[in-house]
Write a protein that binds this ligand. Sequence first.
Ligand code: HEC
Length: 255
Amino acid sequence: MRRLRSIAVVLAMFAAGATGVWAAGEKIEIPDRDWSWNGPLGSFDRAELQRGLQVYTEVCASCHSLRLLAYRNLAALGYGEEEIKAYAANYEVEDGPNDQGEMFLRAAIPSDRFVPPFANEQAARAANNGAYPPDLSLMTKARKNGANYVFALLTGYQDEPPEGFQLMDGMYYNKVFPGHQIAMAPPLFEDGVEYADGTEATVERMAADTTAFLAWAAEPELEDRKSMGIWVLSVLAILFVMTVAVKRQVWSDVH
Ligand code: HEC
């Protein structure tokens, strides 16, 4: 009897949950983009990743951490050792203790992880109206349809919410954010950065570059994995051809 009752409770919860989701949600369309790394032969575009790093550094990094990335990982974007040292040296990390037993600040070095903008979650919330800017290391994997979603989010702001939509104070209307109210102010503006390679910094370009950079950060081994796959397939193909040749050889007398 008790079991029956708990099954009923679970079913009721499930039904309630299901209607909750139903009530909350109209279906939000996330358009697919043709990313350079899509498909079995796809790979990252180094120039795009470098521009994405620039946008992350100049715009997103004031609120969002990228904890899983170390400065030396930037070698994969085509930067040399000196460039990486110089980039890391813009940040300070706490180290220690020294001989006096005290912690001290020093410039970051290539083996350090990306230094977060806030000391802890509380400080991050305090600076953002109570909302927490999530770490972006795995963002393109954490969200369904990750890269397409992040791009759609960054380009999905609308100055005026649709009629009748109640926007809370300090919130912004975004077409693809679940519920449409997001605490992140639109981070990208036309010419918000001045690209080192001279590319015109449209909102769409910056959004695509940042998304590419984040997709790489979430999956830096993607290209290795793809080339390993192709290598394995090639070996299998060669083995197959050899097997067929051997089979023909063996059976040639029989015919
Ligand atoms: C001024 C601070 C600030 C800046 C600058 C900023 N963000 Fe955010 N971001 C936030 C906050 C706060 C949230 C949490 C929003 C919420 O939960 O309503 C957020 C959330 C996000 C999310 C998660 C959305 C989700 O589905 O939960 C992504 C992705 C994101 N930001 C990407 C970026 C990128 C990329 C940049 C740089 C182009 C950027 N942000 C710049 C404050 C910022």
